[in-house]
Design a protein around this ligand. Structure first.
Ligand code: UT7
Length: 360
């Protein structure tokens, strides 16, 4: 995982909008969140998380066949943030694309990568959730700005002859609720213009109560369905790692599933809602706290804009306990930068020598 250094507390927010630490903690469970500075981007945070995941899995970036980046705050409409990460970590053999399913994106991306591995077309995938939501949040809107934070997390998925990994999954959407959580402008429906910027249409808009009602309904139902699909009972589950949006939503799901809170990972207090990054960040912290062991049955469950929701049941085959591989991101980045520059220069030479006045 990778989060920016800068921390924004509820007390800091109370200086910016009409709110209070008490209100935010009571209604959401959030105490603070990390916020990107000028040099952080979704890709830079995602690249750091990807390299750390490869280090634990003892893989080289050149071993990676596929990179999927789930993100709600991509660097551009295109190219994909996944391609920026692929270039910066030197994963020269990997196909890379973004997956857009708001906060549920990480669950959908894991399912896509697991299926590609099971189908036999790839061996090693890196799945990343990466966000700089602070760039698309309206810092004058107290309904949304108190909720979100920046960060990234990544998983490595590998083909293995040992049984384990993803056992079942569900992926669901209800586009009729798209207007409950969305960014109106900046896409092709409402291209960016002076007017869209003046009206703040490029910021996140949310109907909080509606999303809350939807979330409390689908979190427990989704988890239950994924567990049943895996042929298990809720009692067989060792740990649930839910999307971290609001502590009350997680507690409501726990009550409905009759799961004790000790079996549910909650770290929304430290990071706020980091959208696609919240599940991998919570997983890393669960591993660091020895709450997740090889062989454990784990449920990942999320919901978000779209509306979308999804859940999967997995037998955890990591974490790997041996000494992680030494990989120096800075070195890979330098090599990748030189390679990128050389390729760009070569494209210009190629166009100059062979491309003038001709179309293929
Ligand atoms: O990844 C998915 C992303 N989105 C979510 O998960 C959001 C889900 N929704 C929620 O988490 C909650 O609905 C919120 C935390 C956004 C809001 O909590 P709530 O308990 O549903 O509050 P509310 O919207 O019903 O508002 C209650 C009151 C309102 O005042 P009135 O109308 O009762 O006078 C709001 O204006 O609280 C007011 N309020 C605030 N007060 C202080 C709303 N935001 C704030 C604030 N500070 N930041």
């Amino acid at each position: 995982m990778s989060v920016p250094e800068k921390v924004l507390t509820n007390h800091d927010l109370a200086q910016m909008v009409e709110t209070s630490d008490e209100w935010i903690r009571e209604r959401t469970g959030i105490r603070e969140r990390h916020i990107a500075d000028e040099k952080d981007t979704a890709a830079s945070l995602g690249a750091q998380a990807a390299i750390d995941a490869l280090r634990v899995a003892k893989l080289h970036p050149e071993d990676v066949d596929l990179i999927i980046t789930a993100t709600s705050s991509p660097e551009h409409l295109f190219p994909a943030t996944a391609c920026v990460i692929q270039d910066s970590i030197g994963a020269v053999r990997a196909g890379a694309f973004d997956l857009s399913a708001a906060c549920t994106g990480f669950i959908f991306a894991i399912e896509m990568a697991a299926q590609a591995i099971r189908g036999g077309s790839i061996k090693n995938a890196v799945v990343i959730g990466a966000e700089t939501l602070s760039r698309i949040v309206d810092w004058t809107d107290r309904n949304t700005c108190i909720l979100f934070g920046d960060g990234a997390g990544a998983f490595v998925l590998q083909a293995s002859s040992e049984p384990g990994g993803v056992q079942s999954s569900i992926m669901r959407s209800d586009g009729s609720g798209g207007d409950a959580l969305y960014v109106p402008a900046g896409g092709s429906a409402m291209p960016a213009s002076l007017q869209t910027v003046q009206e703040g249409m490029h910021f996140v808009k949310m109907n909080g109560r509606e999303v809350y009602r939807f979330a409390t309904r689908v979190m427990a139902a989704g988890a239950r369905e994924a567990v049943e699909k895996a042929g298990m009972d809720i009692e067989d589950i060792d740990l649930i790692i839910p999307h971290q949006a609001n502590k009350r939503i997680i507690e409501a799901a726990a009550r409905s599933l009759k799961m004790p809170m000790e079996k549910i990972v909650v770290n929304v207090d430290k990071y706020g809602n980091t959208s696609t990054a919240s599940i991998p960040i919570a997983t890393v912290e669960a591993i660091e706290q020895d709450r997740l062991q090889p062989g454990d049955n784990v449920v990942l469950v999320g919901f978000g804009g779209g509306l979308t929701w999804g859940a999967l049941t997995a037998v955890w085959s990591g974490p790997l306990t041996e000494e992680p591989r030494r990989l120096h991101l800075a070195r890979y980045r330098r090599i990748a930068w030189v390679r990128t520059m050389l390729r760009r220069i070569w494209r210009r030479i190629d166009a100059f020598l062979f491309g003038r006045g001709k179309s293929p």
